[in-house]
Design a protein around this ligand. Structure first.
Ligand SMILES: [Fe+2]
Length: 433
């Protein structure tokens, strides 16, 4: 049997090494140079003494208290497989570390590619939303990964040809991971306008327009991914009632930052608090259930509308007109903060940024709820029938599945995949020629 060896791209192959007082310098076959401090290499060692292969975590042999702060190698070579091979000297004599070159490359301290965020494409109303086939996503990991990648790049996708039942809807979400536990007794909800109880307490069931918003803004950590499957759309008027709308919140943040940096500063530093209070609301576990369970919910959070990460980049938008509560802001900033909030609200309704489309039975709208705001056009005719299934995934569940799928593409072992950043995994998934 012949094994077809795939060739690594030059960026993942070592051209030469040089040792310095404090570390090892690697010149890669793509010309890039990386420097790894001896202490970093020793601290990151994955030999069986330092790192447990079964639990994939640091072993008790990795003793930070005994580790020299100025380790010195006795010999540094490239082994036959192209790995960096270090035999330590001094206090660490006998200690042997081997490092996978691809892993080293994605741990290079100063490779600008690693510092970039995952590829995101900002969009406006002209976006073409990617469509995926339900059965392909269910049966083929490549389709699953492509669709999850779209949720990073654009933050929105539609799955079509979904069977019209709750079990299939649940299976689609569980293809990624377990459903997010809601505060309600049910994790899958049915939005049917006929539901009078829901209509009384929930804007999305009511007549009129549902403004673009993110879900669960009054929680500590909002839901990561939202799924909405249309199971019924019957509109005898044949007009644009109850069309779905989506807006790229990251794009709006960029528009505001460009046109009014002070507004951007206010929306990233001042708080737009949110609250929700529902006590003893009854909810049936299923249509056929005779008894209903009660749930109680009393939420309050202070959040920024635009949330920045440690690099000052937008990572999360939180906006829901309906759950906003009185502003908590100093007297001198009230007007400016509300003006900034109003500008964001105005952009949310701007046809230039609002993508509008009809979700038909068998189609599932999937949005990244940390980025894309969703809503719908108005409903005014009592004869319109529309029903949706909805459920959520945690952001972490989504990220884990995508990281696993990216890891599988790398062809690397768990020993080296463990603990790589998302960006590193994206780069490694593409390491072959
Ligand atoms: Fe919603």
């Amino acid at each position: 049997m012949t094994t077809l060896l795939r060739q690594l791209k030059p960026a993942f192959r070592i051209e030469s090494i040089a040792t310095h007082d404090n570390g090892v310098e690697i010149t890669w076959k793509d010309g890039h140079q990386s420097f790894y401090h001896h202490l970093w290499l020793l601290d990151s060692c994955r030999c069986p003494k330092c790192f447990q292969r079964d639990t994939l975590s640091l072993n008790s042999g990795h003793d930070l208290l005994k580790m020299p702060l100025n380790p010195t190698p006795q010999e540094v070579t490239i082994d036959r497989e192209g790995n960096l091979d270090i035999v330590w000297g001094g206090q660490e004599t006998g200690h042997h570390s081997v490092f996978d070159p691809s892993w080293l490359r994605v741990h290079c301290y100063d490779d600008p590619a690693l510092k970039q965020k995952s590829k995101t494409q900002l969009w406006d109303a002209s976006v073409s939303i990617p469509y995926f086939d339900y059965h392909e996503v269910m049966n083929d990991d490549d389709f699953l990964l492509s669709y999850l990648n779209q949720l990073v790049e654009l933050g929105v996708a539609v799955i079509e040809n979904a069977p019209n039942d709750e079990q299939s809807f649940r299976a689609l979400i569980e293809r990624v991971g377990p459903l997010r536990q809601r505060y309600h007794p049910t994790n899958v909800f049915t939005m049917d306008r006929k539901n009078a109880v829901a209509q009384a307490i929930q804007h999305s069931y009511q007549l009129g327009r549902l403004r673009n918003h993110t879900d669960v803004t009054a929680y500590d950590i909002p839901t990561g991914i939202q799924f909405l499957q249309c199971t019924l759309y019957d509109n005898p008027d044949n007009d644009r009632q109850a069309y779905s709308t989506v807006v790229d919140g990251f794009k709006l943040a960029e528009v505001i930052k460009t046109e009014n940096p002070y507004f951007f500063e206010l929306l990233t530093t001042e708080y737009i608090p949110a609250g929700r209070r529902r006590l003893s609301v009854e909810e049936k576990l299923s249509e056929n259930d005779s008894s209903a369970r009660k749930y109680e919910w009393e939420a309050y959070r202070r959040n920024h509308l635009i949330n920045l990460d440690e690099n000052g980049e937008v990572y999360q938008i939180r906006y829901n007109h309906n759950t906003r509560i009185p502003l908590e802001v100093s007297y001198d900033k009230i007007q400016d903060l509300l003006a900034a909030y109003r500008r964001f609200s105005q952009l949310l309704q701007d046809p230039d940024y609002n993508a509008e489309f009809l979700l038909t039975p068998g189609q599932v709208l999937v949005v990244n709820n940390w980025r894309v705001l969703h809503g719908r056009t108005g409903i005014w005719s009592p004869s319109l029938k529309r029903s949706l299934l909805g459920a959520y995934l945690e952001e972490e569940t989504f990220r884990c599945r995508r990281r696993i799928l990216l890891g599988e593409k790398t062809g690397m072992s768990n020993l080296w995949l463990m603990g790589c950043s998302d960006r590193a995994l994206e780069i490694l998934a593409d390491r072959y020629v």
